[in-house]
Design a protein around this ligand. Structure first.
Ligand code: FE
Length: 231
């Protein structure tokens, strides 16, 4: 079996949010699909360990914010690599609360929809929630970020709790020669000197050693000292 086949499956990038009473949480999800058009339903796969899973099971609803291609890695990092169990992700985030009580992330969002859970499927580590869409709105015109763009252009990584996490992904990214790459020990983000970190003000061609100590991992915010040589 060649796991690289799985890299050829296309996805988008979304923030899926939900609530438990007045508590809000949201997370990055790439496995979100429209399932039917009459009625309009969507399905999303969520890891059982995630706080958003607990909130969706509680409120039986979730919102989906479609992320714009120009969203910074730090935003993806906040919702994709941090847990709502240890920090309030909605602090410092622009959002609205719908009449149902469900929060919707507006930062870096092109549009959103809200769905009411009408069925769910136990998939071992994950649950697929099937939701009937109850509300939706376009916020601005732009290009939705695809999962491929996130990986190839933004050099983003995948957390182990994602449905599409592949164990070999980190190892595969370590291999190329040229300038020394460094890997974040917290989130597996790889700093590639050839690409730099333009969101973080680091120009392409900048060696890791030349990055200021104040620089932080663009995905998870870890300090420069928490990086180790890759490969
Ligand atoms: Fe990191």
């Amino acid at each position: 079996m060649d796991p690289n086949v799985l890299h050829n499956i296309g996805y988008g990038m979304y923030v899926v949010s939900s609530n438990k009473g007045e508590l809000f949480n949201g997370q990055i999800a790439n496995t979100l699909f429209q399932i039917t058009s009459e009625p309009i339903t969507v399905a999303v796969s969520i890891n059982k360990k995630n706080l958003t899973h607990e909130y969706i099971e509680s409120s039986k609803r979730f919102s989906v914010s479609v992320i714009s291609e120009d969203a910074p890695l730090a935003f993806v990092g906040k919702f994709g690599f941090k847990s709502g169990k240890t920090e309030d992700k909605f602090k410092g985030t622009k959002f609205i609360k719908l009449d149902s009580g469900c929060p919707v992330v507006l930062d870096n969002a092109l549009c959103y929809l809200e769905a009411s859970v009408i069925n769910q499927f136990d998939c071992g580590t994950h649950t697929i929630f099937l939701g009937q869409v109850t509300d939706s709105k376009i916020l601005k015109v732009g290009k939705p970020m695809t999962y491929d763009y996130y990986h190839q252009v933004k050099h983003g990584t995948t957390p182990e709790t994602a449905p599409t996490f592949i164990k070999s992904e980190t190892a595969a990214k370590k291999d190329k020669p040229f300038m020394q790459k460094y890997i974040c020990t917290v989130c597996n983000y790889v700093y590639d000197p050839e690409a730099g970190d333009t969101d973080g003000g680091i120009q392409p061609g900048t060696a890791f050693e030349d990055i200021p100590d104040s620089w932080a991992c663009p995905v998870c915010g870890a300090k420069k000292s928490e990086f180790v040589k890759a490969g």
